[in-house]
Design a protein around this ligand. Sequence first.
Ligand SMILES: Nc1ncnc2c1ncn2[C@@H]1O[C@H](COP(=O)(O)OP(=O)(O)OP(=O)(O)O)[C@@H](O)[C@H]1O
Length: 587
Amino acid sequence: MRPRGGFGPGPVWAQRVRQLEHRARTQEERIIVLETENAALHLKLAAYQGWAGRGVNEILQLYSSHGQQQKFQRSSVVIYLHEAMKSLKQDVKSLRSFALELSKDFQRQYKACLYQVLTAVQGIQLQNEAMQMFQMKAFDLEQSLQEVTERYEREKQKRRALHNSLVELRGNIRVHCRIRPSLPFDHAAGHTISQDRHRNSLENVAYAIDDETVLVKCSRPGHAPINKTFQFERVYSATESQDTVFADVAPLLTSLLDGYNVCIMAYGQTGSGKTYTMLGPQLEENLAFVSEDESELGIIPRATQELFRLISEKPPGSYWVEVSVVEVYNNEVFDLLAKDSCGKASGIRRDVVTTREGKSDVPLLTYETVANASEFLHLVIKGLQLRVRHPTLVHAHSSRSHLVVTLTITTIVSGDNFGTSWEDEQINQRLNKEVSCTYPQKRDSKSTSSSRASSPTQLEAAEKPKQVKTRLQLVDLAGSECVGMSGVTGAALRETSCINRSLSALADVLGAIAEQRSHVPYRNSKLTHLLQDSVGGDAKLLVMLCISPSQKYLTESMQSLGFGTRARQVQRGQIKKRNLPLLSKTK
Ligand SMILES: Nc1ncnc2c1ncn2[C@@H]1O[C@H](COP(=O)(O)OP(=O)(O)OP(=O)(O)O)[C@@H](O)[C@H]1O
């Protein structure tokens, strides 16, 4: 194209045209590119539209199926709910009627209970009132029971004191009876009895029914039933301790220092507890009786302790104590404190003689002076180690001899204080003749009765101090027994028959005294000869009967109880007292 006007086509125009043509081509190329891109975008759009259409379809489909599903579910839940509602309504209805019933029932029961509670409350009130009345009555009764018990105890004490005085006036022998507990060795069957008899034999047949009565009750096939009571001054049950037993013995020790001779003698069958009662439990190893446990100690160690305690309350040097230990074995008397030529304790045989005054004496018997209870115990243990023991069928440490421990208490009495009765004169004469008159601090600790007899007499002048002797004899007799029960043979059989003979001699002596016969057969056995002065009336005599409770020992127990009963009946006349000054520390 050419420009309008007077100007021909010049190079500028051509340039310009070329530029415009170039721009037009560039624009065209650009349009083509854009058109291509547009076409591609159209294609993409179409593809997206296709996808979107399909998506919408799917959504529509899903939507419609979801709608259908919801419709379906809604209709089944509704039915289910409807059904549930119906049953719930039913349940509620029945619950309501049940609750109604319950509440009616509750009300009925409540009323009944209320009624019962009211009646019970009334009853309790009545009972409370009655109880208060009973309590008042019980209190009154308790008080009067206490008063009665106290009166009973006072009366019993009075009765006992009167009885003791009567016993003393008549010179009766006091008899206490101790029933020991059942012990393991009671259960060991002897070879002579069947199992059945063994079982029966373990039953207890002896009981303490009160503190003065023993009951023996037993019925055995083939034997007449036994139901017998025995009365003694004191009866100890199996549970009563060594303390209790000694408490009743202790007053005799005061009597001893008041001038009476005293003899305490344990009697009973083998294994019935004589040694336990007199000495205490024995130790297996050395057969000594000393127990670690003081509460287990028997009468002998306790009596010595008490005696030295009483002496300690007197002026120093006014009393001294000598001890002798003797055993009677196979009807022979052995001095258990004697020493042989080598100075070894060996148990030397001694004789028993009757003095011109009619008293029994053991010449050459060893007396040791003791200053306290432990020196005494030391000597007694030494003596006991020589004492004869053997196992029997009843128990392992049966004492086969009678043991007599004698404590002689010498009191220094000034001439003024000394008694002037004929009795006392007799005693003085005897004492002056027999007794060594050296004072305790000058005395040898050991002497014999013969050496005492030959000692220089310092009491010739009437005004010089004199000596009065009292004697405490403590006797642990060997066990009375049936030969069959002890199961012994040979030499042991001789021992047993010697024991039985000496014990029956003792019973004969008691029988003769009880019957006041002119002749009392003291000399029939060494035991009775030795104990003549104690048994025959010169001493306060306490027999401690020891009893095993079981049926196995029935015969022996009945025999011992019979012995005790006879001993109680013996009347020897009033026991003589040596006149002693009333010594006290304040004097
Ligand atoms: N009261 C008691 N309490 C506990 N044990 C006891 C009692 N009495 C006795 N015993 C025991 O019974 C056994 C036999 O007692 P003990 O040796 O005293 O009898 P015994 O009568 O002296 O016999 P024996 O005459 O054969 O020497 C011992 O082991 C002893 O410890």
